[in-house]
Ligand binder design. Structure first.
Ligand code: UD1
Length: 335
């Protein structure tokens, strides 16, 4: 039996596949390469020595998706495939609702048709919007502030209703905090298109000399040094959370959601210092205006995942910086 991975060549999908292969799982993966490259598949093979069954298809192409279910014995699914750029989702909301929500509906109709009852969904801390306090627990109010976050929340709701309608279903929703870092080999990592939106890939490109300095979006937040605080989590820790989640679906039915973070917040200035310490490289920066929609502080209470999934983050901030830097310097232009 195989695990179906949607969005298998993306940043999180690819690292999760490597960990799943290492744990002995059979994989069927799909991607439309809208934000990833076929070379990722060669790197997975290089790292693991295992070739996975791969389909280039789109979530909106239901017949293309159905072929995977018809041609393979799939018993569980980890669903990563989605558009994820917050700014773009504000400019093109219909694109986001159609791709993320309709695409997921197509996938779920097929999981129901083919009796695939174990499902792990890639959600985001973005569903909490601006939290009233930190650390954030899973029972905090949900109020995303942009269409991207709304699609994540809608899918959580769809999965909750679906699981309620079928007692054989087991759904785990993972709400990721800020995934960063790369595979230790330096052969797999994050490869954003164009100028990065997120902090860590921006810093790695500054470290590499591809970008002149880091814009620090605001130093007047209500935090210890005025810059935004986030819960950065190593991509390998995050990937491993999916194995724990899959195992959990084997012995539980219904739906359960978990925060996947370290439980520790770091400010932008602290990240700059940690990066400089871990790599010996200097990161020039300039204070810039706040980015619309950014919040002061966001970090997880990961206690529920510790208790129920038996999962906890193992890598620290220096590991994250060192591994991100190794990936960028070994692959200056990405894949
Ligand atoms: C962003 C997304 C969020 C998504 C997450 C995935 C936005 C508004 N939010 O979260 O929906 O789930 O990525 O990882 O895009 N920063 C700088 N300079 C930069 C880039 C970022 O100072 O060039 C600061 C930001 O203001 C923030 C922190 O670094 O305080 C982290 O930013 P980022 O990596 O973009 O993550 P989030 O904003 O937390």
């Amino acid at each position: 039996m195989a695990v179906l991975i949607t969005g298998g060549t993306g940043y999180i999908g690819s690292h999760t596949i490597v960990e799943l292969l290492g744990a002995g799982y059979d994989i069927v993966a799909m991607d439309n390469f809208s934000n990833s490259k076929p070379a990722v598949l060669d790197r997975i093979l290089e790292i693991t020595g295992k070739k996975i069954k791969f389909y280039q298809t789109d979530m909106l192409d239901k017949p293309g998706m159905e072929a995977m279910f018809r041609e393979n014995r799939i018993d569980s699914c980890i669903h990563f495939a989605a558009l994820k750029a917050v700014g773009e989702s504000v400019e093109k909301p219909l694109l986001y609702y159609k791709n993320n929500v309709t695409g997921t509906l197509n996938l779920l109709e097929l999981t129901v048709k083919y009796g695939v009852g174990r499902f792990v969904f890639s959600s985001s801390a973005t569903v909490y919007g601006k939290p009233a306090s930190v650390p954030i627990r899973e029972d905090f109010p949900l109020s995303p502030v942009n269409p991207y976050g709304q699609t994540k929340l809608m899918i959580e709701q769809i999965l909750t209703d679906l699981a309620a309608s079928d007692s054989a279903m087991s759904v785990v929703i993972l709400r990721y905090f800020n995934p960063v870092g790369a595979h230790k080999s330096g052969r797999l990592g994050e490869d954003p298109c164009g100028i990065p939106n997120n902090l860590m890939p921006y810093i790695t490109q500054v470290a590499e000399g591809r970008l002149p300095y880091l814009p620090v979006y605001g130093n007047d937040y209500n935090t210890r040094d005025g810059t935004g605080v986030r819960d950065y989590i190593h991509i390998i820790d995050l990937a491993r959370a999916h194995i724990s989640a899959l195992e959990y679906t084997q012995s539980h039915s219904g739906v359960e959601c978990f925060n996947i973070g370290t439980g520790r917040g770091y400010s932008v200035f602290e990240i700059i210092r940690a990066y400089e310490k871990a790599t010996g490289k200097r990161i020039p920066y300039q204070i810039a205006p706040r980015r619309p929609g950014d919040i002061d502080e966001c970090y997880a209470d990961p206690g529920k995942a510790n208790r129920l999934l038996g999962w906890r983050a193992e890598y620290d901030i220096e590991d994250m910086c060192r591994d991100a830097d190794r990936w960028q310097s070994m692959n200056p232009s990405g894949f």
